[in-house]
Write a protein that binds this ligand. Structure first.
Ligand SMILES: Nc1nc2c(ncn2[C@@H]2O[C@H](COP(=O)(O)OP(=O)(O)OP(=O)(O)O)[C@@H](O)[C@H]2O)c(=O)[nH]1
Ligand SMILES: [Mg+2]
Length: 383
């Protein structure tokens, strides 16, 4: 036990040291987004807050299951796509609900007002610009820093609900993934399961709404789900068949809890996990989250380094091109000179030939004219 505690402390310190390096990079590069994410990460690791998220396709019964786990009809449930905002429930001596808006403002509301902020009908397309809704509630499951999170269902006609949940994935430490017994798992659900599994290595797989099926149908459906999931997450999956609706009714009516149905088994295993495996899971999910930040920061730095190198290389290329162009011009000049010189020589030769021809043709006449001139000159001298 002491060794486990020391290992946990050591792992926590290593994570915080690595986060400090990223924080320094964020400050040097003036990257506020990264800085804020790392600050939030450090606070979460230091406080050992554990986010257990309930996720799945729309209308699988997520909000009903959260209500059953906390034993209260707190979150709105409906037959139409409903939850549109991630709602976190942490331990508090009495129920206390705070709506946090994207502009940093917050508002205290009552349980009755909750649907006006967290549902698609009360807050369509999140027109009220809610960031999160935080609830404090007196439920023993939430003790020791556990936060239960109800997320919007993925895959409904409301794409923004899918986006909200995907944006929330980096925050989760463990997950409860809901399938529905009356519908075989869809491609989208299986792909989502893989994504969730990356962030939350400990994922409880739940087959809800079993009250819709008779025992034979349930067995068929359960076997089929096991086979389908095994092909996705490379392990022999443990699936909890439950009816969240019946479990909630049982809780609200104060029926005695006994490990007789799937829900009680699920709750029991979650509690054991929170006592025995929470610290390890927290380190695993925190490491996964930090590794992703390290990988994206590294990629960004490499990209920057590459683009800084780029102008230098471009300059080098331009100098080479300039040299090549200058050589070409020189060559053209030499060629031109050569041609001009050749042409001039041809021309001189032509003139010489023409002169020679002229002299040959007019030689006799010319000699006579010269002799006449000489004669005339000597006569003039005698006189
Ligand atoms: N029969 C039966 N109905 C259930 C069960 N669990 C939930 N439901 C019903 O299924 C409907 C959807 O339940 P919700 O809890 O709102 O489902 P959700 O997954 O939170 O839905 P979104 O927030 O829209 O994604 C409601 O009408 C519930 O009463 C169950 O185990 N059995
Ligand atoms: Mg819901």
């Amino acid at each position: 036990m002491v060794k486990a505690l020391n290992d946990y402390k050591q792992a926590k310190e290593l994570l915080l040291d690595a986060a400090a390096v990223l924080s320094q990079i964020a400050a040097e590069r003036n990257d506020q987004g990264l800085g804020q994410r790392i600050d939030a990460f450090c606070k979460k690791v230091e406080s050992a807050t554990f986010n257990l998220a309930v996720v799945g396709e729309f209308k699988r019964g997520k909000s009903t299951l959260v209500n059953a786990l906390i034993g209260d009809n707190l979150l709105p449930m409906a037959v139409i796509p409903l939850t549109s905002i991630a709602t976190t429930i942490a331990y508090g001596s009495k129920t206390h609900i705070t709506v946090r808006f994207q502009n940093q403002h917050s508002l205290e509301i009552t349980k009755e007002e909750l649907p006006n902020y967290v549902t698609e009908s009360g807050n369509p397309k999140n027109e009220k610009l809610v960031s999160t809704v935080e609830i404090e509630h007196n439920a023993s499951l939430l003790k020791d820093g556990v936060r239960l999170i109800d997320t919007p269902g993925i895959g409904s006609a409301f794409q923004h609900n899918t986006t909200t949940t995907y944006d929330y994935l980096p925050e989760i430490d463990a997950a409860i993934f809901l399938f529905s017994a009356d519908q075989p798992a869809s491609q989208l659900e299986l792909a989502f399961l893989k994504d969730v599994h990356q962030f939350a290595p400990r994922t409880f797989l739940v087959q809800n709404k079993i009250d819709h099926l008779c025992p034979e149908e349930l067995e068929q459906s359960l076997n089929f789900l096991k086979q389908t999931i095994a092909g996705q997450i490379q392990c022999q999956p443990v699936i909890y068949p439950i009816s969240a609706k019946l479990a909630l009714n049982k809780r609200l009516n104060n029926a005695v809890a006994e490990i007789s149905d799937g829900f009680d088994v699920l709750e029991h295993d979650i509690l054991i996990f929170l006592v025995e495996g929470k610290a390890q899971a927290l380190i695993a999910s925190s490491s996964a989250r930090l590794s992703k930040e390290v990988a994206s920061t590294k990629q960004l730095l490499q990209l920057e380094q590459h683009s800084r190198k780029q102008p230098l290389e471009l300059l080098r290329q331009a100098i080479t091109n300039f040299g090549l162009a200058a050589d070409k011009i020189k060559q053209e000049q030499t060629d031109a000179e050569y041609i001009v010189n050749g042409e001039t020589a041809n021309l001189l030769r032509q003139i010489e030939d023409d002169l020679k021809k002229f002299v040959e043709e007019h030689k006799t006449g010319l000699v006579a004219v010269i002799e006449d001139c000489l004669l005339y000159t000597s006569d003039a001298a005698d006189e």
